[in-house]
Design a protein around this ligand. Structure first.
Ligand code: SF4
Length: 371
């Protein structure tokens, strides 16, 4: 195990750079990251290589998108003094670990990952029958295990990925755990003999646990889950006028056709936004006013717009500082990437050592310790 300078548990998470972040990204992930900074030792990264698993044919936007995400993360409140923020491709050790893991990961494990088939279905316009797409959970495992994270903050749908990471860690430890100093491993066991699953081995990698983030359902303006691919987002960078305009067109309870028709907030996506962003008092006014037709939808939407704008204002102010001085943001990412490379270097030394593939020259058949 790496000796950590911090006694805090370590957390690792990444964001795929597919463009500017929206409120769904903020509520579902980034606001949790911001909160975690004091409780955990946090490593957060922009997963630009992961973007290639689906966008390999046109890479023209990957760098620009990575930078936009960086600005959004800093604007949302990630603080380089309290977390390590880095760019995946600037820590090339991830690629080496990915390659080594890919040698030990059975194909069946990858074909079973539920998001594999789902994504292929959802992104029919892209040819995703590639090695990189099938193998992206292995790259994720490399991302996580490189930092020996204790926890990975995920939503329910990502739990199978963390489970796969745990399986890969277990398999690595089981295959190579005996080569590192291992009090439980039978001395004299020939290298290459795989201990049985029940054999206690002290391996290189701890098994990270999923840290379930509160699953807030955040609808987009069309009532479906907010997602860039549906074109129904409110961006963290949207100015107030755009936020209000987008909300004005948001779908509501379809039974409420006229102002005098009572509505049902339980099935209205605007009400779901209120539940996340509005005060308890406002929520009570929405509930009563909607059911009695005491309020109109325009008024109701303006209240949720007020709440959202209040959240976005400080985010946009912080972003401005970095937009005016992009070098400042880039330097933060570079410093974080250098920090991450240090940790990754230490892990890779252990990994190579455990696999008997250290970079040190050793003459064949020559064991200096035996002389
Ligand atoms: S009043 Fe509000 S909660 Fe009720 S249907 Fe209209 S937008 Fe939805």
């Amino acid at each position: 195990m790496l000796s950590s300078p911090s006694s805090k548990k370590r957390v690792l998470s990444g964001a795929r750079p597919t463009g500017k972040l929206h409120l769904g990204n903020y509520v579902g992930a980034v606001s949790n990251w911001v909160r975690m900074q004091d409780e955990y030792e946090c490593f957060f990264f922009i997963a630009d290589w992961h973007a290639l698993t689906t966008d390999y044919a046109d890479t023209s936007k990957v760098k620009e998108n990575s930078f936009e995400v960086l600005l959004d993360l800093l604007a949302a409140g990630l603080d380089p003094e309290r977390c390590t923020l880095f760019l995946q491709s600037h820590v090339p050790q991830h690629a080496e670990l990915y390659l080594l893991f890919s040698m030990i990961t059975p194909l069946g494990w990858l074909e079973r990952v539920p998001t594999y088939k789902d994504q292929q279905e959802n992104l029919k316009e892209k040819d995703l029958s590639t090695h990189g797409f099938l193998g992206y959970p292995v790259l994720q495992a490399a991302d996580i295990l490189m930092y020996k994270g204790d926890f990975v903050p995920v939503g329910e749908d990502q739990v199978p990925h963390v489970e796969l990471t745990r399986e890969i860690a277990r398999r690595f430890n089981s295959l190579y755990g005996g080569i590192v100093a291992n009090p439980f491993y039978e001395p004299g066991t020939p290298l290459g003999v795989v201990p049985s699953i029940s054999t206690p081995v002290r391996g290189v990698f701890p098994e990270p646990k999923p840290l379930l983030t509160p699953a807030a359902k955040l609808p987009g303006t069309d009532g479906r889950k907010m997602s860039k691919s549906y074109g129904n987002t409110i961006l963290l960078t949207d100015p107030e006028s755009i936020v209000r305009q987008k909300l004005k067109t948001m779908v509501t309870d379809p039974a409420r056709i006229r102002r005098s028709d009572p509505g049902n907030p339980d099935i209205c996506p605007v009400s779901d936004l209120h539940k996340i962003f509005s005060s308890r008092e406002t929520l009570a006014r929405v509930d009563a006013g909607c059911r009695s037709a005491g309020i109109g939808c325009i008024e109701c939407k303006s209240w949720v717009a007020d709440a959202i704008v209040t959240i976005l204002n400080p985010i946009q102010e912080r972003r401005k500082k970095y937009e005016d001085n992009p070098r400042l943001a880039w330097d933060i990412l570079e410093a974080g990437s250098a920090q991450a490379r240090n940790v990754a270097d230490a892990t890779m030394s252990e990994v190579r050592e455990a696999m008997g593939m250290s970079l040190q020259y050793e003459a064949p058949g020559c064991n200096p310790a035996a002389k």
